[in-house]
Design a protein around this ligand. Structure first.
Ligand SMILES: NC(=O)c1ccc[n+]([C@@H]2O[C@H](COP(=O)([O-])OP(=O)(O)OC[C@H]3O[C@@H](n4cnc5c(N)ncnc54)[C@H](OP(=O)(O)O)[C@@H]3O)[C@@H](O)[C@H]2O)c1
Length: 331
């Protein structure tokens, strides 16, 4: 008889995935880490980790992998499907990886008698889209989804698929911007602020929300270990900030002074359309693109996580200051 419960983490090599693997081991789970041949194992050095490489692209291959695991007696009690892309060369690529690969995994689990007790899908606040810019009301679990760019649309499509299943035991978590050690996008902001550059596209008054990695990882395991199924929650640390307030906290920790520069949104829009046009013939999406402008141009990325706080008793342990201090000291 198996003693420990098992958890499969997909996208285990990435920022969130590698922290999920560590926490799973710490909690005594038997941890399976799904990665790619090309994935870095830099943060996956513990000898207890069991590695798997899934071919989400080819249903027959995935079926063979899952059925042979079942024949070997492997069972995933829990799955956290965290593999996904936040940057892609095209809308199709977003849809393929974030939506269609999720569907492929779920359908193969069903075909091969490998449905876990709980399947947590790591979606995103982007699947709901921004809040109303007039009322500045934060979005919540009740806000009708209206994603405004390709990433959010692809996450929403995966959510719709999961919600359309008859009885698949999913939980959907929609984290806001997650920061912490090993994360690379906010690192660019810390580095720029450290060098004295403080840039804003459109407005420094855009309101945003955050979640520290340790709190995200904790709430994901709380969700797994709860009795809830077929629920969808937004998750953040419960506070909302302007982007300028975020920079102010980073600058305070770094002990830096900077002069803010706001690049007007029409200028950002113009640059993005030139880059989009230049990259389109090559099927590539530039770093600054219409999707990014849609995100920058939305003033209200605030959210209200009281649903998950009430349901799971989730209470973030890190304020933005505490999370940033830990992040900046470990980067
Ligand atoms: N970071 C945030 O603020 C945030 C907020 C909300 C939701 N999320 C979601 O959280 C998840 C993890 O994000 P992250 O920030 O940890 O990103 P990350 O560091 O880029 O990690 C992404 C993981 O997904 C894997 N992956 C990417 N494309 C894949 C493919 N085609 N086939 C198989 N695996 C693939 C990556 O593998 P390789 O290492 O081989 O590339 C990596 O392990 C994503 O689904 C993201 O949408 C992130």
């Amino acid at each position: 008889m198996r003693e420990a419960k098992s958890v499969l983490i997909t996208g285990a090599s990435g920022f969130i995935g590698s922290h999920l693997v560590e926490e799973g081991l710490r909690r005594g789970y038997e941890v399976y880490a799904a990665i790619r041949k090309s994935s870095s194992r830099r943060y996956l050095t513990d000898s207890r980790i069991r590695f798997l490489e899934f071919d989400y692209h080819t249903p027959e291959a995935l079926d063979r992998q899952l059925s042979s695991l079942r024949e070997e007696g492997v069972r995933f009690d829990f799955i956290v499907h965290n593999a996904g892309v936040t940057k892609a060369r095209s809308r199709n690529e977003f849809d393929l990886i974030n939506h269609l690969y999720t569907r492929s995994l779920v359908e193969s689990l069903e075909r091969n008698g490998m449905v876990p007790d709980k399947f947590v899908f790591i979606s995103s606040l982007a699947a709901i889209g921004p809040g109303n810019p007039e009322t500045m009301q934060p979005v919540s679990d009740d806000t009708p989804p209206h994603p405004v760019e390709s990433y959010g649309l692809s996450k929403r499509a995966a959510e719709v698929f999961l919600q359309s299943t008859a009885d698949f035991p999913f939980l959907i978590l929609r984290p806001t911007g997650v920061y912490g050690p090993r994360e690379t996008d906010y690192q660019v902001v810390y580095r720029n602020l450290g060098k004295g550059f403080e840039f804003y596209a459109g407005s420094s008054g855009q309101r945003v929300s955050f979640l520290y990695i340790a709190d995200l990882v904790r709430v994901i395991y709380q969700a797994i270990e709860s009795d809830f199924s077929r629920k969808t929650w937004v998750v953040s640390d419960g506070s909302n900030y302007t982007v300028k307030e975020f920079s102010a906290r980073v600058k305070q920790i770094l002990g830096k002074k900077t002069i803010p520069v706001v690049v007007p949104l029409p200028v950002v829009h113009f640059l993005a359309s030139i880059l989009d046009a230049a990259c389109r013939p090559f099927g590539k999406m530039p770093l600054l693109n219409r999707d990014k402008v849609a995100i920058m141009g939305s003033m209200n990325w605030q959210c209200d996580p009281s649903g998950i706080m009430n349901d799971l008793g989730f209470s973030p342990r890190y304020s933005l200051e505490e999370g940033l201090k830990e992040t900046l000291s470990r980067n």
